[in-house]
Structures are given as structure tokens and as C-alpha cells.
Write a protein that binds this ligand. Structure first.
Ligand code: M6R
Length: 364
């Protein structure tokens, strides 16, 4: 049931404030100051290393989580695509936890990667949407994302719920290891609880993103740029766009622009730049100027402070609500989804069932 929406994808995008509230509520103690895990819980104190493995959008959630685990918990993290990981025979050192992220919990490569880690890793954790799935059943601890059924082939609400659970795990790891005090943890959790209302405000930008999507639907190729936490999100934005609009899209870390992709820039190349006004903003603005100096058309997705600083040179500027820096990947997923959605709608493609794709990839 599409509940009055034109597509499952738009329904699932709109559900995010509710499902995010639910998943945050599920993991928080009654007084909202501590994180509770299901079953017997898990303690990161004896874990020195995290290996995260997934495919597609779930892989980009892992890439984002790497920044969080490194910065907040000070933990070395390795992130890999399941189809590469499983055949590489990577050594798993002691005190390593292996964490698998999968919406369906049935992705063949991710499951094979999990089985490879059995008996090698200290523990097997998973972040899944389907609690009865193979990946959930074969883990020592399965962490549900509580997104509810996701029908659209393009993952939307599962991605933001995966990010939320991974962020909570990074906070828990930092707290277990004594890098976050009780008060710091409580403050971070209170910030997180206000995220769903910021997501709601981002959803209200639908009209501007529909306008941007209409323009983007005329492009042959689109480049996505991001730095720091916005880099994995640039990858996710490009994946979403190619999946449902069939427009060729690529993502690069902004700093890589000069190392090749800048050669592609001309007046027919839209460049989507996601950049909240954070510590890395000035560097991104200078990348943006390099693009504009070569007639590239920039779609800048930023907050009010960023928009004021960037001036009005961008082709299109989308002004997002503000959020604490660590939470921007979850918030900025919304315009990535809406932009892809509206571009696909403008092109008239089958948004929920894009060609050649299956919701769950249970064969190699
Ligand atoms: O069910 P999974 O999370 O394991 O699926 C992984 C990928 O197949 C999936 O995220 C895919 O990339 C989506 N279609 C992205 O929108």
C-alpha cells in the first residue's frame, strides 16, 4: 500500500522522521541518557579493531561510520565491499569485531563474508532490517534498524536508520572505552533525539529539489563531490541517481578533483556539492570555484551559514536546516534521495522497480 503516495520510494522517504524516532527510542534508556542493546548486549572495551563489510548503499553507511568510529571512539576501522572482502582472504587479527550491514539480511556476498569471519573474529555483529534474516541469525548480536518493510529498490529509510544505529554504536564504543563521559554521551543522545525534526524540515525542501531534479534530468553525466562525512554521501547520491534515473553519475572526494575528474568539467556537467558550513567548508568552496571557473554548473546543498558564505554563484543553492556536524550525513541523505527521486520522475523511469535491479541480491 503506497498510502496515497505516487511511489513506494516517496512514501519511504517521507516516513523517515517517524522511523528515525522509533529506532532512536528503541536503543535509548528510559531517561534517554544511555544506550541499551538487545540480547546480552556487547562491550567494545576489549575490541581494538572493527571490520565492516557490506554492499551498495549499506557499504556507504559503513564508510560513513568509519569517520564516526575513528573520530569519536578512536578505533581503527576497515571497511570493505563484501564481494572483494570474501575472496581476498583478509587476515582477521584478535580483538577484532566484524560488523555486517544489510537491509535484507540476505545479500549473498555479505553473508559469505560473514561466514568467512566466523571463528576468526572476536565477535560477529550485524545491522539489519529483517531480524529473521540469515545475516541476523548467524550473528552473535543482530542490531535491528526498525525501518519497517522497504519496498522501493532504491534504499532510502533503511540507509538513514542504518546510519543512526551505526552512530549509536560509535557512541557506545567511545563510552565503553572511556573516551566519552556519561554527560558527553547524554548530550550526544539529546542532539540525536532532535534529528527527526531536522529531517522533517529537510523534507519540506521537496519543491526546490523537484525544481533541481527537473534541471538535472536533462544532464547526461553528473558529478557528486563531498569532503569528510559528505564524501560517502556523495557516493550514495551518485548511486541513487544512476539506479533510478539511469543518468551516469560519479562521486569523488572533493580533494580528488584536481587529480583527474576536473578534466570532465564543462558547461554540460552539473556538479552536486554537499557541504554544511563545517571545518572543511572553505576547502570545498574553493573546489566549487574551480568547477565554476570551468563553466561547471554547481548545485550546492548547504546550510544558511554556508549559503551566505558561498555567495550566489552556484547554479542552484539548496538551504538545509542546521544540525550538529556529526549528524549531517543522516540529514543530508534527504536531499540526495529527493534529488534522485525527482530527476527520475522527470525522466519518467520506473522509480520503484528500476530496470535490471532486484531489491535483494541473493546470488553472486
Ligand atoms: O539488502 P542489502 O542492504 O544487503 O542490499 C545491499 C545493496 O544491494 C543495496 O543497498 C543496493 O545498493 C540498493 N539498491 C541501493 O539503493
Amino acid at each position: 500500500d503506497k498510502g496515497g503516495y505516487k511511489h513506494f520510494m516517496s512514501k519511504e522517504i517521507a516516513e523517515q522522521p517517524r522511523v528515525l524516532t522509533e529506532v532512536i527510542g528503541y536503543y535509548l534508556s528510559d531517561d534517554a541518557t544511555r544506550i541499551n542493546l538487545p540480547e546480552n548486549g556487547f562491550d567494545f572495551k576489549t575490541i581494538d579493531r572493527l571490520t565492516m563489510v557490506a554492499c551498495g548503499t549499506a557499504f556507504y553507511a559503513c564508510l560513513t561510520a568509519k569517520y564516526w568510529f575513528e573520530q569519536i571512539a578512536g578505533m581503527p576501522v576497515e571497511v570493505d565491499i563484501a564481494s572483494e572482502f570474501r575472496y581476498r582472504e583478509p587476515p582477521i587479527t584478535e580483538r577484532t569485531a566484524a560488523l555486517f550491514v544489510s537491509q535484507s539480511g540476505e545479500t549473498a556476498d555479505t553473508l559469505a563474508a560473514l561466514r568467512y569471519c566466523e571463528g576468526k573474529a572476536d565477535s560477529i555483529l550485524s545491522v539489519v532490517n529483517v531480524p529473521t534474516s540469515s545475516i541476523a541469525r548467524e550473528s552473535n548480536l543482530a542490531l535491528p534498524i526498525m525501518a519497517g518493510p522497504e519496498i522501493g529498490v532504491a534504499s532510502t529509510k533503511a540507509f538513514t536508520c542504518q546510519l543512526t544505529v551505526l552512530y549509536l554504536m560509535a557512541l557506545k564504543a567511545a563510552h565503553d572505552k572511556g573516551r566519552l563521559s556519561d554527560t558527553e554521551l547524554a548530550d550526544r543522545l539529546s542532539e540525536l533525539r532532535s534529528l527527526p525534526s531536522a529531517v522533517n524540515a529537510a523534507l519540506a525542501l521537496d519543491k526546490s529539489l523537484a525544481h533541481a531534479g527537473l534541471k538535472l534530468s536533462e544532464a547526461q553525466d553528473v558529478l557528486f563531490l563531498g569532503r569528510g562525512l559528505m564524501y560517502p554521501l556523495a557516493l550514495e547520491g551518485a548511486l541513487k541517481l544512476k539506479e533510478i534515473s539511469y543518468i551516469h553519475a560519479e562521486a569523488y572526494a572533493s580533494g580528488e578533483l584536481k587529480h583527474g575528474p576536473i578534466a570532465l568539467i564543462d558547461k554540460s556537467m552539473p556538479v552536486v556539492v554537499k557541504a554544511p558550513r563545517d571545518a572543511l567548508f572553505e576547502k570545498t568552496v574553493s573546489n566549487m570555484q574551480e568547477v565554476m571557473a570551468r563553466d561547471g554548473k554547481v548545485i550546492l546543498i548547504t546550510d544558511a551559514a554556508g549559503a551566505a558564505e558561498a555567495g550566489d554563484e552556484a547554479w542552484i543553492t539548496i538551504v538545509m536546516p542546521t544540525a550538529p556536524a556529526a549528524l549531517t550525513p543522516i540529514l543530508y541523505a534527504i536531499p540526495a534521495q529527493l534529488l534522485a527521486y525527482h530527476t527520475a520522475v522527470a525522466k519518467g523511469t520506473d522509480v520503484d522497480q528500476p530496470r535490471n535491479l532486484a531489491k535483494s541480491v541473493t546470488v553472486e
